[in-house]
Design a protein around this ligand. Structure first.
Ligand code: UDP
Length: 490
């Protein structure tokens, strides 16, 4: 059979966390729409996170398959904890990552049974490169972040500029990048800050990098025009093989697709749209901190006061965390009554894409998780950046310093899950800067331009469209040349 006609089969194996599963599901969908057989591998409790997408694709005649592997019970996690979202303490979090290493054997069992042509496995499964090699197939890595952050973290690893400062608050410059980027040690994850300290998570990251270097390449949810200097730097200076195929969220075209990503929304999406329909264009601020970050009651209180003082209309997503279980002591007295018609709180999960894409929304207060950031860019929105953990402090630099479509709220301290404390005055000021005045207009017009570029990138002939075609073609060629060789996997 010729390379043009043979159906390629790709396994997608995301980390069990919304910020990884949501874009990987979109990527699987993009592959399936190009005629590739796409199979998502996950554990039982994570299937509902993408089953609606599978059903919607099926209605359009596109098959996306699911393969289920058992979550390792021996990891000692609480019942029902199969997603990082539920791992809400340091101890459970670290057990969760230990558990993921136990997925190697069941994954290899599936590779043995189904013999796909390629596996796209999350960066947090470093062993997947060896698993793929056992079956003679390429392994692609998906990190879930942008090229700027990939370049930044790799450069930090190579040159360790954080060693050259004497305190956690003294800024250092990251060398050899296309722009002059300054950070402080406070903005780095613990394993990168405490440079001589060995940690399980630090070791996992080291193994992830080693396995990436041995892999077939990297899939990036970004587009060339957004960060051309870093796309070139990653390939030409850091020597990585990468395909940028995003923004992948743009494959969700209608209301149902946009509302059905990840979890079921905690509000009726039509009610939410009706509320937004009643508002003027660019008049509502959307506030959301992703699927994992949690704020203590005192910080939620400051956010409420800051939003009220800003005088702006808003939709604010408050994740239900352990602090809110009993009473909502964070809610200022009479807040919801005073804000009636002006703002509302979504407790739980919001239909984020639907909200961001509505013309009434004019700004996004974000924790700078890469999916949210890129969804904001795609919607042409200026942002208030409030990084919390992971690589979010890097993403903030891209938004505020390079793209110049956002203002920082002033978060200074990297903190796993519980964000830095920011005062109401700073929140009020940043929200006003994003929404009113000349600076706001300039940011909005740059953001709108980027939004248009994002759409062009995924259209036929666009940069991401072409990169995805190139990748699929390369995988086909790789598959047929391996087959003509010693037929190692059949
Ligand atoms: N999201 C959503 N509703 C919510 C919170 C998050 O749909 O209430 C989606 C959001 O659109 C994004 C993903 O969840 O696609 C979060 O990923 P991100 O990288 O922004 O942050 P993380 O959750 O990984 O910190």
């Amino acid at each position: 059979m010729g390379s043009e006609t043979r159906q390629l089969h790709v396994f997608f194996f995301p980390l069990m966390a919304q910020g990884h599963m949501i874009p990987t599901t979109d990527i699987a969908k993009l592959f399936a729409f190009r005629g590739v057989k796409a199979t998502i591998v996950t554990t039982p409790l994570n299937v509902p996170l993408f089953s609606k997408t599978i059903q919607r694709a099926k209605d359009l005649g596109i098959e996306i398959h699911a393969q289920i592997i058992k979550f390792p019970a021996e990891a000692g996690l609480p019942e029902g904890c199969e997603n990082l979202h539920a791992a809400n303490s340091q101890d459970i979090n670290s057990k969760f990552f230990t558990a993921t290493a136990m997925l190697q054997q069941p994954l290899e069992q599936l590779l043995q049974e189904h013999r796909p042509d390629c596996i796209v496995a999350d960066m947090f499964f470093p062993w997947a490169t060896d698993s793929a090699a056992k079956f003679g197939i390429p392994r692609l890595v998906f990190h879930g972040t942008c090229l700027f952050s990939l370049c930044t973290s790799e450069t930090m690893r190579l040159y360790e500029p954080q060693k050259n400062v004497s305190s956690d608050t003294e800024p250092f410059v990251i060398p050899h990048l296309p722009d002059q980027i300054k950070l402080t040690r406070m903005q780095l994850p613990g394993f990168a800050r405490e440079i001589n300290v060995e940690s399980d998570f630090g070791n996992l990251i080291v193994r992830a990098i080693e396995s990436e270097l041995k892999s077939f390449g990297v899939i990036v949810n970004s587009f060339y025009e957004l960060e051309p200097a870093y796309a070139d730097h990653y390939r030409n200076v850091l020597g990585r093989k990468a395909w940028h195929i995003g923004p992948v969220s743009l494959c969700n075209k209608d209301t149902e697709d946009k509302a059905g990503r990840g979890k079921k929304a905690s509000i009726d999406e039509h009610e939410c749209l009706k509320w937004l329909d009643s508002k003027q264009p660019n008049s509502v601020v959307y506030v959301c901190f992703g699927s994992t970050s949690e704020f203590p009651a005192s910080q939620l209180h400051e956010i409420a006061m800051g939003l009220e003082a800003s005088g702006q209309q808003f939709i604010w997503v408050v994740r239900k965390g352990k602090t809110e279980d009993a009473e909502e002591e964070w809610l200022p007295e009479g807040f919801e009554e005073r804000m009636k018609g002006k703002g509302f709180i979504i407790r739980g999960w919001a239909p984020q894409l639907l909200i961001l894409d509505h013309q009434a929304v004019g700004g996004f207060v974000t924790h700078c998780g890469w999916n949210s950031t890129l969804e904001g860019v795609s919607a042409g929105l200026p942002m208030v950046t409030w990084p919390v953990f992971a690589e979010q402090f890097y993403n903030e630099k891209l938004v505020t310093q390079i793209l110049r479509i956002g203002v920082g709220v002033g978060a200074q301290q990297w903190a796993r899950m519980v964000g830095d404390s920011v005062k109401r005055e700073a929140i009020e000021k940043a929200v006003k800067r994003m929404m009113v005045g000349e600076e706001a207009e300039e940011m909005r017009s740059r953001a709108k331009e980027l939004g248009k570029m994002a759409r062009r990138a995924v259209e036929q002939g666009g940069s991401s469209w072409s990169d995805l075609n190139g990748l699929i073609e390369e995988l086909r060629l790789h598959g047929s040349s391996s087959k003509q060789g010693n037929n190692i996997w059949h």
